[in-house]
Structure formats: structure tokens, C-alpha cells
Design a protein around this ligand. Structure first.
Ligand SMILES: [Zn+2]
Length: 176
């Protein structure tokens, strides 16, 4: 009986702790993504690959932006999912487009929080934020993110397989 009670107590405290940990990991990744983008920003033109850099900056750093693409003010609403169901069974993160009632949901899946994927989390946030401001095109999102990485760090995460899988060769977008 005492043991059962102990387990029950433990599970009550374990659940919110995991959620808090996810929130902390998300915030740490966002902070790093912002630093990386701010480092790259002076070396980016005002618009690149159809992405308005100022709008992207607002979306990433303020979670709100005024959008010519969506035609009005939009907020970014991060949603942390604990279950790898639905689209979370396939992706580390995804966004619901177009925005609904002035908000884009940025869904962060269990895969996003896997141990050892710190760099991937940063990359994923930079990538998803392109979708947030400029729409669903994967080639645009990859090209822009790779450019930000390149301008910030002098190198970018290899994306060849993903580039081919999305038929980006003839897209007009390109990797650095
Ligand atoms: Zn994408």
C-alpha cells in the first residue's frame, strides 16, 4: 500500500516536470536560434529567397509579425506535444498553415526533444520559422535556413538528401 502510494505520488510530480523540461529545452533552442540569426542578419539582404528578413526577425524574436504574405498581424503560438501521434509521428516539428484567427501554431513533437539533438532543435526552429512567415515551400525553408547557418557559422548542416527528396533542384532556390 505504501509502495503504491509512493508510485502514485511520483507519477503526479513526474508529469509536470517533464513538461517543464520540454519548455526549458524549447526556450534554450529558441535563444540559440535567435543568436544565430542575429549573427547572420547583417550579412543578409532585406529579402532573400522571398523571405522578408525583418518579418522573419520579428517572428523569431517576438513571436509576432505583420505579414504581407498572410495579409495582417500574426502571432506564433508554440505548442508542445508529449505524444508522437498524428503528424508528430513523422516530424520533429511542424506548423499549421495558413494562420487561423491571426495565429500560427508551431507544434513541437517528442522527436524535437530527443536527448542529444540540441543543434537539430536550433535548426528546426530556424526552418519552421520560414514556413511561419513565408509558407509551406520546403526548398525555400531549407535554402533560407542553410544561408542563415552559413552566414552565422561559416558552414551549414548538410541537407542534400532532404533537398533531393523534395525535388528542390529545379526550384530556383539553392544551398550556399
Ligand atoms: Zn519544412
Amino acid at each position: 500500500m505504501r509502495q503504491a502510494l509512493f508510485i502514485l505520488t511520483l507519477s503526479i510530480f513526474a508529469v509536470p516536470l517533464v513538461a517543464a523540461e520540454r519548455q526549458t529545452l524549447y526556450e534554450a533552442a529558441l535563444e540559440r536560434a535567435i543568436i544565430q540569426f542575429e549573427t547572420a542578419r547583417p550579412r543578409l539582404p532585406a529579402t532573400v529567397f522571398g523571405v522578408d528578413v525583418e518579418t522573419y526577425h520579428d517572428a523569431l524574436t517576438l513571436q509576432r509579425f505583420s505579414s504581407r504574405h498572410w495579409g495582417g498581424p500574426v502571432t506564433v503560438a508554440p505548442i508542445i506535444r508529449a505524444e508522437a501521434t498524428g503528424s508528430c509521428g513523422r516530424y520533429a516539428a511542424f506548423v499549421h498553415l495558413p494562420p487561423a484567427e491571426g495565429a500560427v501554431q508551431l507544434v513541437l513533437c517528442p522527436q524535437f526533444f530527443r536527448p542529444g539533438s540540441e543543434a537539430l532543435r536550433v535548426l528546426t526552429l530556424l526552418h519552421e520559422m520560414v514556413h511561419v512567415v513565408a509558407g509551406a515551400d520546403e526548398c525555400r525553408a531549407m535554402a533560407f535556413t542553410a544561408l542563415v547557418e552559413k552566414q552565422a557559422m561559416g558552414r551549414f548542416t548538410p541537407a542534400d538528401a532532404y533537398w533531393r527528396a523534395n525535388d528542390c533542384e529545379g526550384s530556383g532556390f539553392f544551398l550556399p
